[in-house]
Design a protein around this ligand. Structure first.
Ligand SMILES: [Zn+2]
Length: 288
């Protein structure tokens, strides 16, 4: 099996998967499954020994209208397919490729359907309930061991009761709105203290079914006023939410996440001392 033959197989599978998904998601609509163009490529360089495929797109900024979806199939997929062909299990090899392409197409679909419309960021990522919900609707496979826990969630059980994708969409939007409402209520509560103001932001996870402390930014000013030291602190924290995080869990956990001293993926603390109208700054940054 040479690369050209493999490439032909991939393009045929892409076409048939797009049609399968169109029927599954939009059977009564004349629109294609994706609005944007999607291309499939073979990546022979990826060395991660468990990655069968991955998805990217060419959108660089939020207002960019023209972009394309890109699906990459890795050398591991090619090697697996070659082995199954040699062992006369070609149909098994085809099924595995189809699963990978379906998974990547759902990333693209959720990007168009949710991510672009300003819902919670990272809706299209692997541990997002929105991505897993759409994947479940088309019997797709996650490929991530922990993601199987999604099948025990209330959201999944709700999706099983749906008769058509429009009902799934309503359930997913409702789920997002509840999380956004929880974050709004938390912010209303924690923003009130002017000396110690906190802001909570949320997004979905690329990895991790629970809560991941993604960003922690704080700025403290200490100044001398009427011979007294005044201290003001502003903290902004972004929590990554996995598919097991409900509004109730968010309410219970956010406070601890502000205070627990666990370093976020991006952690920055700034302290400014204002003494005799002169500013001295100390900055502490970790992560990228
Ligand atoms: Zn994925």
């Amino acid at each position: 099996m040479n690369i050209k033959e493999f490439n032909n197989i991939l393009n045929k599978l892409l076409k048939s998967e797009l049609e399968f998904l169109r029927k599954r998601f939009k059977p009564y609509k004349r629109r294609s499954f994706l609005h944007r163009e999607v291309c499939i490529f073979i990546d022979l360089k990826t060395s991660n020994d468990r990655t069968l495929g991955y998805y990217v797109n060419t959108k660089d900024f939020s207002r960019q209208r023209k972009y394309i979806h890109k699906i990459f199939i890795t050398k591991l997929s090619l090697d697996d397919f070659r082995i199954s062909t040699k062992l006369h299990y070609k149909s098994f090899g085809i099924t595995k490729l189809r699963d990978t392409i379906r998974h990547e197409l759902i990333h693209a679909f959720v990007f168009e359907e949710f991510e672009e419309h300003g819902f919670i960021d990272n809706s299209h990522c692997d541990y997002s309930p929105i991505f897993l919900g759409c994947l479940a609707w088309c019997n797709g496979h996650s490929g991530h061991a922990y993601a199987n826990n999604f099948y025990s969630s209330y959201l999944y059980k709700g999706i099983l009761e749906c008769k058509k994708y429009d009902d799934v969409y309503d359930k997913l939007v409702c789920y997002i709105l509840k999380l956004e409402k929880a974050a709004r209520e938390i912010n209303e509560k924690i923003n009130r203290n002017v000396d110690d103001c906190k802001i909570l932001k949320i997004e979905f996870n690329q990895c991790g079914a629970g809560i991941v402390k993604r960003k922690y930014l704080s700025a403290t000013t200490v100044c001398k006023k009427d011979n007294k030291l005044c201290r003001n602190k502003l903290t902004e924290m972004t929590l990554g939410l996995g598919f097991l995080v409900t509004p109730e869990i968010l309410f219970k956990s956010y406070e601890r996440k502000f205070e627990n001293g666990v370093t976020a993926k991006l952690h920055s603390e700034l302290i400014a001392y204002v003494i005799d109208n002169k500013i001295k700054q100390k900055r502490f940054v970790l992560g990228s």
